[in-house]
Design a binder for this molecule. Structure first.
Ligand SMILES: [Mn+2]
Length: 417
């Protein structure tokens, strides 16, 4: 038996974006905000049709609210209808945001023999579904559980039936995995799931994609960074052969760290930033919100200012035809101090600098110098965190990194002075 299916969850139809920049003056972005969730959902439906998957699993929180708004209901209904016509089966469970009691039976009135199953709507909230292929051969069994209320305080795995031999067993569940028994959202552990011996668990609830979670299809705030999409699983001869993450999001939030150590002036910095963002944005997403974190040792530190930020933001925006918006720039670069200044410094930075000028002191192993370095750092009132990163750098020490450390110490000294 060879087949494929999609695992998706937490679509949260009706949930607005939060904690984002106000772009009410930009008609294009305003429109994208409005349409992004619907567009990503349409991407899902089109992907399922193009790849001609056998079934789609929707693991809860399809709606954001138990008071489903008209538009969201329409989006879901239209999508399900398309899958129904394409002969693609759908198994949808309810989560804490959309308990099954919030689904209107008239709106979602799929026939008993329809290939669309909204678990618990016309039957018990727990159900097993045997899936057959086009030749009427049994290929898989889906063990599915819907939330009936906005909380589910028991361990849900107690309701799941044993794995069936000779079928590909899938658990379809909205739950808070390994979050502790107190979680009101179907708390259970990886061990609970493993003990059922299923071939695949399609989970919902956590919005960031991970081992067992598909994540939401469209990040809705700056905490939901990175690519969002669906999982496409291929089963060959009864065994999971491929598990592919397919991004389908329309707007994406990214945190990007860029080390400017290899740049020598603001112009080369802008070019490095452009190059780095190129690789981040190579996707079909229509809009990126990027939080830039600039690091590294630079000798043009004083030129990294608001004006520089404005230039970068504008340049990136126009180069990308508005596809990239820089939402924040954090300047964590360190001012590189020149040799003359270090040499003339009679503080700790100067001492450190003079020490490393002697070739034989450069490749000293970390162990031998830890105490010395600790003393230096303590004298400069470095935090534990700064000390840890300092240690890491010294471990693979070269003359260049040592000199960078001198700059770090020097800057700290002058801050104190
Ligand atoms: Mn949830």
């Amino acid at each position: 038996m060879t087949f494929s299916f999609i695992h998706t969850a937490d679509i949260h139809l009706g949930r607005p974006f939060s904690n984002i920049i106000d772009f009410s003056n930009d008609a294009r972005i305003k429109e994208l905000y409005k349409k992004a969730v619907e567009k990503s959902f349409i991407n899902l439906i089109e992907y399922a049709q193009t790849k001609n998957v056998d079934f789609v699993l929707i693991a809860g929180d399809t709606f954001d609210s138990d008071e489903q708004d008209f538009e969201s209901k329409l989006i879901l209904k239209e999508g399900l209808k398309k899958l129904e016509s394409a002969n693609i089966k759908v198994f949808l469970i309810a989560g804490n945001h959309d308990p099954i009691t919030s689904y209107n039976k008239n709106t979602f009135n799929f026939d008993e023999d329809s290939n669309i199953k909204i678990v618990g709507l016309n039957s018990k909230p727990y159900n097993d579904f045997v899936v057959k292929d086009a030749n009427n051969n049994e290929i898989a069994i889906i063990h599915a559980l819907s939330f009936t209320e906005s909380t589910f305080k028991e361990n849900p795995t107690q309701y799941f039936s044993k794995a069936q031999e000779n079928l590909f067993n899938i658990g379809l569940l909205h739950c808070d995995l390994d979050a502790g028994k107190e979680s009101p959202y179907a708390p259970c552990t990886k061990n609970d799931l493993d003990s059922l011996n299923y071939d695949y668990w399609a989970l919902g609830h956590i919005h960031i994609p991970s081992d067992k979670y598909a994540g939401t299809i469209q990040g809705r705030n700056t905490k939901e960074t990175g690519a969002h999409g669906i999982r496409h699983i291929k089963v060959e001869n009864g065994v999971k052969a491929k598990d592919t993450f397919v991004p389908i999001d329309v707007i994406r939030f990214e945190d990007v760290d860029i080390d400017l150590s290899q740049t020598y002036d603001v112009t080369s910095a802008v070019m490095t930033i452009q190059e780095n963002l190129q690789s981040v944005t190579n996707s079909c997403c229509e809009l990126f919100f990027i939080r830039l974190n600039l690091t590294g040792y630079v000798n043009y530190y004083n030129e990294i200012n608001t004006e520089f930020f404005d230039i970068i933001s504008e340049k990136i925006k126009s180069d990308s035809f508005g596809k990239i918006c820089i939402s924040t720039i954090n300047n964590n670069t360190v001012s590189k101090v020149n040799d003359t200044e270090l040499n003339e410094d009679d503080g700790i930075a100067g001492q450190l600098y003079k020490t490393i000028q002697d070739e034989k002191n450069i490749d000293i192993s970390f162990d031998k110098t830890e105490e010395t370095l600790k003393q230096i750092l303590n004298a400069c009132n470095f935090s534990q965190e700064e000390y840890e990163s300092f240690k890491k750098e010294v471990k693979n020490t070269t003359k260049e990194t040592c000199k960078n450390l001198c700059s770090l110490v020097y800057n700290n000294e002058s801050k104190e002075a």
